[in-house]
Ligand binder design. Structure first.
Ligand code: NI
Length: 224
């Protein structure tokens, strides 16, 4: 399941993040890549010891983890601090699959869902699409600044070469409380129906039944 999350950052937050990033130290992205990924990774990332990370993460993660679409679609159990990546012309991240377990030097977590938060305006660069192989073919994703895309970390994906301008993104991953992507997708659909029913028929018996089914399916399928 791929889901776009609109408006993770509002224009003020976006401006703040971009301002902090403009003064942050960037290093070769290969430093944070696993063996296989480092062969195809060609970008820059904010250094992991940069003092700017705390204030960046405050803005980005506070907004992301509170976003109702993110919460309902991902059912996050463990979330990671993002990487902030910059791609200038010629830079790319070739086809790869994300590591299954991340955070090994701290709190390990299974990497179920990948998230890319777009920080540059689409008019500010050419190329730089996130290209994800799905059962329905290759999906090319380039979203407005402040929006995010959620996609399976298990998918083969790449960032196509940037040919003009600068592409800035925050990327992060999470372990979901529900391991099976198909179950997560069913839960998300049921959640949408539940939300709609709670809005249109808050006192109906059916609303309570759908709500109870949703809640108890999460209980049944979550591996916390
Ligand atoms: Ni990746």
């Amino acid at each position: 399941m791929m889901i776009a999350i609109p408006g993770v950052l509002n224009p003020t937050q976006l401006q703040r993040v971009c301002k902090i990033l403009s003064g942050a130290p960037f290093v070769d992205g290969k430093l944070s890549a696993g063996n296989a990924a480092s062969r195809v990774k060609n970008n820059l990332e904010v250094a992991r010891d940069a003092m700017e990370l705390d204030s960046l993460n405050d803005v980005v993660m506070n907004s992301l983890v509170r976003h109702p679409v993110y919460r309902a679609a991902a059912l996050p159990l463990r979330v990671a601090a993002p990487y902030y990546a910059r791609y200038t012309p010629g830079m790319t991240y070739g086809e790869h699959v994300d590591d299954p377990i991340m955070g090994v030097d701290g709190m390990p977590y299974r990497c179920d869902v990948a998230i890319t938060l777009f920080l540059s305006h689409t008019s500010d660069y050419d190329g730089g699409e996130l290209a994800v192989h799905t059962p329905f073919g290759l999906q090319l994703v380039k979203l407005p600044a402040g929006d995010a895309i959620l996609y399976p970390a298990s998918s083969l994906h790449q960032v196509t070469p940037v040919t003009r301008g600068e592409r800035m993104v925050a990327v992060t991953w999470l372990q979901s409380a529900v391991r099976d992507p198909a179950q997560r997708e069913l839960l998300y659909e049921l959640h949408l129906a539940r939300e709609q029913l709670m809005h249109t028929a808050p006192d109906a018996v059916e609303t309570a039944q759908v709500n109870r089914s949703y809640v108890n399916l999460v209980r049944m399928w979550s591996d916390v």
